[in-house]
Design a protein around this ligand. Structure first.
Ligand SMILES: Cc1cc2nc3c(=O)[nH]c(=O)nc-3n(C[C@H](O)[C@H](O)[C@H](O)COP(=O)(O)OP(=O)(O)OC[C@H]3O[C@@H](n4cnc5c(N)ncnc54)[C@H](O)[C@@H]3O)c2cc1C
Length: 293
């Protein structure tokens, strides 16, 4: 396949951006696309694949997500988030804007030189600040994000090594935006076996890829089996694989175990990420992941 950067860069160039909601569009019963832009998007450098950012949501009673003092300095480009990020992290957690992770589904440069960014939000029944913000979002609303100032930053984790013969992708609806962008990026003709899980039939999307992708939709309201058994039963291509698995934590862990311990995949070639965990808000999930096992 086309040579890729197999390892992430050593710096994580990102900074806060203040974006404006331009429009919203329901992609299906469970997924809402929010297109953002405005002058604050200048310098936003999406790199495709599964690149993610943090949306920063004001707490109840707060009108601003970004701290006012040092605002001008804060929004100046700075590798690694800069002084603003340090100040923000130093705030007590109950005063800090709530961060939530979302994939950069797409970035477009418009004819007038302005930038548009699409984020696809899953509208889940458990609620949460991210989901609630998306449901209420309307054109003209502001959204602060900690986003990329370089296309190839450390928030890109889909990195098939150059000797990859084929790619396995398994994503639930939260990882569908990232998986869709990764499929767009894959080189022409590369074999890919892809399982995409969504809540409802109408959540399925048309996907663009030049890869030789065999895509299976697992639709929960149609009663599809969504556990590891689906991949276990599949005949996989031969050659050297690269696997990318993201979604609910327990399913991700089970599939990683299957690929590494039952299929013999090299663990270094399996990128797995818990995008959410049932019953845990994102900050608690991150804390749980950081604890020693
Ligand atoms: C790198 C990365 C990229 C991500 N990209 C996207 C993306 O592009 N689009 C997207 O929608 N999500 C994405 N996610 C997942 C998203 O960050 C989580 O779903 C997050 O928990 C949503 O925040 P919230 O405020 O709505 O809920 P939280 O406050 O975090 O959680 C509240 C409750 O909701 C539950 N919950 C959270 N998400 C779901 C869900 N999808 N279904 C059912 N229950 C849920 C939690 O278990 C908890 O009980 C990504 C996560 C990561 C780490």
């Amino acid at each position: 396949m086309t040579p890729t950067t197999a390892t992430a860069p050593e710096v994580a160039p990102f900074r806060p951006f203040e974006l404006i909601v331009l429009r919203t569009r329901r992609l299906g019963p469970s997924i809402l696309r929010i297109t953002l832009g405005g002058p604050g998007a200048d310098g936003f450098s999406g790199g495709g694949r599964d690149q993610s950012l943090s949306v920063l949501l004001p707490r109840p009673g707060q009108s601003e997500a970004l701290p006012r003092p040092g605002r001008s300095e804060a929004l100046a480009p700075a590798g690694g988030g800069g002084a603003w990020h340090d100040k923000w992290r130093a705030l007590p957690e109950d005063e800090r804007a709530v961060p939530r992770s979302y994939a950069v589904r797409a970035q477009r440069l418009r004819a007038d030189g302005s930038t548009e960014v699409d984020l696809d939000f899953v509208l889940h029944d458990a609620g949460g600040p991210g989901c609630r913000w998306a449901l209420a979002a309307a054109p003209g609303d502001r959204l602060a994000v900690l986003g990329p100032t370089e296309a190839d930053n450390t928030a890109v984790r889909f990195r098939p090594p150059a000797d990859t013969d084929w790619v396995l992708i398994r994503a639930d609806e939260t990882a569908l935006p990232a998986a869709a962008a990764a499929l767009e990026w894959l080189p022409a003709g590369l074999p890919a076996r892809v399982w995409l899980e969504v809540p409802c039939t109408e959540d399925r999307q048309a996907l663009n890829t030049a890869a030789k992708a065999r895509i299976s939709w697992l639709v929960r309201n149609e009663g599809a089996a969504c556990g590891v058994e689906t991949v276990r039963a599949a005949e996989l291509p031969g050659g050297t694989p690269y696997a990318w698995i993201a979604g609910e934590a327990s399913g991700v862990r089970a599939l990683r175990h299957h690929l590494v311990h039952e299929r013999g995949f090299d663990r270094e070639r399996v990128m797995s990420a818990a995008y959410w965990r049932r019953g845990l808000p994102e900050e608690q999930l991150r804390r749980a992941e950081a604890e020693p096992r």
